[in-house]
Design a binder for this molecule. Structure first.
Ligand SMILES: [Zn+2]
Length: 393
C-alpha cells in the first residue's frame, strides 16, 4: 500500500477506537462517582502535605487528581490505630476531623462538607467534591455512647465497628481468625448491639469492613438499616480474613446494603501476600530496624514500598482482577449491592492502571468492556452508595 492508503486503512480502525473511548469517558463524567474510603487525611497531616498541591508520586490523592478522576463523592477515613485507646482515641478522631474541615474551608470552590442527602445534592449540582467523614474503628468511641453521638454531630456518617483491633464490644476479623479475641465471646456483646442501634437512630451507616465474621452476623441481624462494607473484597477469590465470604455477601444483598471494593492488591490477588513476604524477607535488616524504631507493621510496609518502587511494580495484579471481584458479587446478588472503596493512601499497592484517584475512569472503561450496561455501571460507580446513604438518614 502507498502512504495515503495506509493512513486511510489505519484511520478506519482509529475512528471507532476514539469514539468508543470517548463514550466511556462521557459515561464516567456523567455518572455520580463515589469512593467510600480514602486515608489521605492521615497521610497529609502526618507528612505535612497539602492536597491542593500536586502530590503525584507522593500520595494517591490531591484535589486536581480528584477532578481528573471525576470523583463526585469522597468519604474520608478518620483513623487512628490500636495504640490509641481510652483518653486518646476520641480526641485523635476529633483532630483528624478538624484537619478535614480546615482543608475543605481552604478550598470552598472545589470541596464541600456533606452531612445529609440535601447537602449531597447541592455539592453535586455545584460540581464540588462532596466530602463525608467515616470513622474507621469503634475504639474511637472509647466505650461511650455520648462519644458516638459527638462523632455523628461532627459529621461522621459511617463507623467501621472495628479496625484490625477488637474493641471491648466487637471482635475484629484479625482477632477472630487468630483466636486472639480479648472478650469472653466473639461478635457483638450487649453494648455492641446498643452501639449499632444508636447508629441506626442517628443515621450513621454501620460499616462491616474489618469486623470478624461473628461480629458481621450480629451486626447485620441487629441493624434495621442497610449496612455498608466501606472497603472489602471477595473471600472466595482472595481468602484473607477480612474479605467477605459468599454467605456474608448474600446477607448484605438481603439487607439492601452495599459492598465497596477495596483496591489493595493483597485483598484482590490471592498470590500477592506471598510475594510481599518474599520482598520483606529480602530486606529484613531494614524492616527490623524500622520495627525497633517503634513503627507499626503497616507503617513499615508503607516505608519499604516507597523505597523500592521498581520491586513492587512487578507484584501488582491486573485491573481485570478488581472487575472479577465486582463480577462475583453481581452474579451472586445483582448489581445493586456493589460499589468502590479504594482505600487509597492507606494501601501500598493497587492494580496496574489504578495509580491514584485520577484513574477512576479506567474502572468505567473496564466495566463497559466486561459487558456491563450503562445503568449497572452507574449503580456501581456511585448510585448504590447514594441509595444506602439516603436509607440511613
Ligand atoms: Zn481499613
Amino acid at each position: 500500500m502507498k502512504l495515503p492508503e495506509i493512513v486511510l486503512f489505519l484511520s478506519s480502525f482509529l475512528v471507532p477506537v476514539i469514539t468508543s473511548a470517548q463514550t466511556k469517558n462521557k459515561l464516567h463524567f456523567k455518572s455520580i462517582v463515589a469512593d467510600t474510603h480514602n486515608d489521605v487525611i492521615s497521610s497529609v497531616t502526618l507528612n505535612g502535605l497539602n492536597i491542593e498541591d500536586d502530590l503525584s508520586g507522593k500520595t494517591h490523592t490531591d484535589i486536581a487528581r480528584f477532578k481528573k478522576g471525576g470523583v463526585d463523592i469522597q468519604v474520608f477515613s478518620i483513623f487512628c490505630d490500636e495504640r490509641f485507646g481510652k483518653g486518646t482515641a476520641f480526641n485523635y478522631a476529633l483532630r483528624e476531623m478538624d484537619s478535614l474541615d480546615a482543608i475543605v474551608k481552604r478550598n470552598p470552590s472545589s470541596m464541600m462538607l456533606v452531612n445529609n442527602p440535601a447537602d449531597l445534592k447541592k455539592a453535586i449540582k455545584h460540581k464540588k467534591i462532596a466530602c463525608l467523614k467515616g470513622v474507621e474503628g469503634g475504639h474511637m468511641i472509647e466505650d461511650n455512647l455520648q462519644f458516638l453521638d459527638s462523632l455523628f454531630n461532627r459529621g461522621s456518617r459511617y463507623m467501621t465497628l472495628t479496625w484490625n483491633n477488637s474493641t471491648s464490644w466487637a471482635s475484629s476479623a484479625k482477632d477472630e481468625k487468630a483466636n486472639t479475641v480479648p472478650n469472653p465471646t466473639k461478635g457483638l456483646n450487649d453494648f455492641g448491639k446498643q452501639v449499632v442501634k444508636r447508629m441506626n437512630e442517628l443515621g450513621m451507616m454501620v460499616d462491616i469492613s474489618h469486623v470478624g465474621e461473628q461480629t458481621f452476623w450480629d451486626a447485620i441481624s441487629t441493624s434495621t438499616r442497610p449496612v455498608i462494607a466501606s472497603h472489602s473484597c471477595v473471600y472466595s477469590i482472595c481468602p484473607v480474613p477480612r474479605n467477605l465470604n459468599d454467605e456474608q455477601i448474600k446477607a448484605v444483598g438481603k439487607n439492601g446494603g452495599v459492598i465497596c471494593i477495596n483496591f489493595y492488591s493483597g485483598f484482590l490477588d490471592s498470590t500477592y501476600l506471598g510475594k510481599q513476604k518474599i520482598f520483606l524477607a529480602k530486606h529484613q535488616l531494614e524492616t527490623d530496624s524500622l520495627k525497633n524504631a517503634g513503627k507499626a507493621a503497616y507503617e513499615v510496609e508503607e516505608w519499604m514500598y516507597k523505597k523500592y518502587p521498581a520491586e513492587i511494580q512487578s507484584m501488582r495484579p491486573p485491573l481485570s482482577l478488581l472487575i472479577d471481584h465486582i463480577d462475583h458479587i453481581v452474579k451472586l446478588i445483582g448489581a445493586d449491592h456493589v460499589g468502590l472503596g479504594s482505600d487509597f493512601d492507606g494501601i501500598e499497592s493497587s492494580p496496574i492502571g489504578l495509580d491514584g484517584v485520577q484513574d477512576f475512569p479506567n474502572i468505567t472503561t473496564a466495566l463497559l468492556e466486561r459487558g456491563y450496561s450503562k445503568k449497572d455501571v452507574k449503580k456501581i460507580l456511585g448510585g448504590n452508595f447514594v441509595r444506602v446513604f439516603k436509607a440511613n438518614m
